[in-house]
Write a new protein. Structure first.
Length: 114
């Protein structure tokens, strides 16, 4: 595969993986799905990982530091920790947990409290 020098390598990832043909020792049709792909940080995109997962190929690709930092700033469900909807969701969950706790409080012996 030949591309322009200033073009990124990652867009060609699927094409390169599709072109893999490994001959079998016992003859027959060549293998087209490797057991594992090792790649550098240039190939860490979500699209590449989804492509590999869909084909059942394990990936060993280090993630970029800025992507790790961004993921850490996200909340539990992918929203920013400062997103107003996150605060509302947190408040709703807290109230629901508190109300469930009052309704189903039990003593150590397992008998309901009165």
């Amino acid at each position: 595969m030949l591309t322009a020098g200033q073009r990124g390598d990652s867009p060609q990832f699927a094409t390169v993986i599709d072109g893999i043909r490994v001959a079998r020792l016992s003859g027959g049709r060549p293998r087209t799905r490797p057991d594992r792909v090792l790649a550098d940080k240039a190939y860490t995109s979500k699209a590449n990982r989804i492509y590999l997962r869909r084909r059942g190929i394990k990936a060993t690709i280090p993630s970029k530091a800025d992507q790790d930092a961004n993921r850490r700033t996200k909340g539990v469900e992918g929203r920013s920790a400062t997103d107003p909807s996150s605060f509302m969701l947190n408040a709703e969950r807290t109230l629901a947990a508190q109300s469930r706790g009052r309704q189903s409080r039990r003593c150590d012996a397992g008998a309901p409290l009165q």
